[in-house]
Design a binder for this molecule. Structure first.
Ligand code: GAP
Length: 452
């Protein structure tokens, strides 16, 4: 990264400002599990809302779904997950740690000095074995063999098994899509790098059902559409690239996959995958369930199993990329500031309302009145704690695009200053028009000053 944004700086900011912190901390933590605090919840909700807007609200050809997390166990047999959703792992008999056999080059053992597993003479690695990533659970009060179930490792299967329901209810004809956001669970062998790889995470997946001869065209379309979504919400074009999978890398269901990769502090890594799943899933569930999942148009004499193009992204991973790309350190008036230049549509708080002097009753009263008015339309924060410079810096760090300050002049002429997070420009506007002004500014097209 040109400006050396490290993962440590991101973890530290997220913790300091209460976006995200390690889970179960009072019990010593649970490795690679995180809890979202106030600003993290708001930011994550905005990421999901922008995805739903782009996928559902702004289009005629995609509908939404929210399927169950625990599905019939046969779903995972038919999908190939029970036999195929595995990673190869090795154990080290010396350090007792477990590693992904296909990631040994990037792995480090915890012994000092830290080494690549297998590097030192004392390393004693087992043969690689297959390890299924699905979490098992039991449904009902009895732990008997018939009660075994799984926490879903992807949201996609909930969509495939509902193909018939949705196609009928939504009265859609291919090409059309079904979009879903929800939690997924994978017992990753080596989770890590903060939110990048965890065992519990949220996915935003869309299955787009198309006539077989249109699959290639829609596959290319969705790669570009999804790349453009990240740019639309502030990620620098130069920090994104598309990488097509080689044949040896393809998942069991895929005939072609491209990763949209982001230049994370850990290097280029997958942000979202776009796969051409062919008719694999609908055929597999038709055979296993006995319910034919196909498109039939009797009037047009059409009958076929649609092919599926799937853009599949991670909410947490996208949030991490947005925060990394927005993170900026700079010196302003000889003082360092850390600023999150989040797209205003993603920012957890859109504006802060600040009385310049917290002890001035008339200023506080005006500020509270303005705050009450603004909170009805957008997410705003009232802050009268500490020096004004410190309050601005706090808002910069959580990415608040605008700050409205009530000062002496407000009491004289009913104007208020509005400070722009990115340019630091301050403008005086009329208090009575503050709400309209803020809404206009928030609706304007925004480009990160980093990308120029
Ligand atoms: N239905 C296809 C599918 O699940 P995937 O590439 O395994 O494809 C899609 O997952 C996206 O979900 C990834 O691009 C990533 O953003 C996110 N994701 C997958 N595993 C994750 C994990 N362990 N932690 C965080 N996000 C993850």
């Amino acid at each position: 990264m040109p400006d050396a944004v490290t993962m440590d700086k991101i973890v530290s900011l997220c913790r300091r400002r209460g976006f995200v912190f390690p889970s179960s901390e009072i019990y010593g933590g649970l490795g690679s599990a995180y809890d979202y605090g106030h600003y993290g919840v708001l930011l994550k909700a905005n990421v999901k809302a922008r995805w739903l807007e782009a996928m559902v609200q702004e289009r005629d050809d995609i509908v939404a779904l929210d399927s169950a997390i625990i599905l019939h166990p046969q779903v995972w047999e038919a999908s190939g997950h029970v036999t195929g959703f595995t990673d190869p792992m090795v154990d080290c008999r010396t350090c007792k740690k477990r590693f992904r056999a296909d990631h040994l080059e990037e792995s480090r053992c915890e012994r000092k000095p830290s080494k690549r597993p297998g590097e030192g003479p004392e390393c004693d690695l087992t043969e690689a074995r297959h390890f299924n990533l699905m979490f098992e659970t039991h449904v009902g009060a009895l732990e008997e063999s018939g009660s075994k179930a799984y926490l879903r490792p992807e949201t996609a299967q909930g969509i495939f098994i509902n193909f018939k329901n949705v196609a009928q209810l939504a009265r859609r004809k291919p090409p059309f899509g079904i979009a879903q956001i929800g939690k997924s669970f994978r017992n990753e062998i080596t989770p890590g790098n903060f939110l990048f790889r965890t065992r519990e995470f949220e996915q935003m997946e869309m299955e787009f059902f198309v006539p077989p001869d249109e699959a290639e065209r829609w596959y290319r379309y969705w790669i570009e559409e999804r790349r453009a979504w990240y740019v639309r919400y502030g990620i620098s074009e130069s920090h994104l690239r598309v990488r097509e999978h080689g044949a040896e890398e393809l998942s069991h269901y895929s005939s072609a996959t491209s990763d949209i990769e982001y230049l994370f502090p850990i290097g280029w890594s997958e942000l979202e995958g776009v796969a051409n799943r062919g008719d694999y899933d609908l055929r597999a569930h038709s055979e296993a369930s006995g319910t034919t999942l196909e498109w039939v148009d009797a009037a047009a004499g059409e009958r076929y199993v649609p092919h599926v193009i799937e853009p599949a992204g991670g909410v947490d991973r996208a949030l991490l990329a947005f925060v990394v790309d927005a993170y900026h350190e700079e010196v302003v008036a000889e003082r360092e500031r850390t600023v999150l230049r989040l797209h205003p549509q993603l920012a957890p708080v859109k504006a802060a309302v600040l009385p310049l002097i917290a002890k001035s009753a008339p200023m506080v009263e005006r500020a509270r009145t303005l705050y009450e008015e603004l909170r009805r339309v957008v997410s705003v924060e009232y802050d009268d704690g500490g020096q004004i410079g410190r309050r601005y810096r706090r808002q910069d760090e959580i990415g608040t695009p605008f700050a409205l300050t009530i000062d002496e002049q407000t009491l004289e002429d009913d104007t208020v200053t509005i400070r722009d997070r990115d340019s630091l420009a301050q403008e005086r506007i009329s208090l009575s028009q503050a709400r309209e002004h803020l809404q206009d500014r928030l609706a304007q097209p925004w480009r990160s000053p980093k990308t120029g």
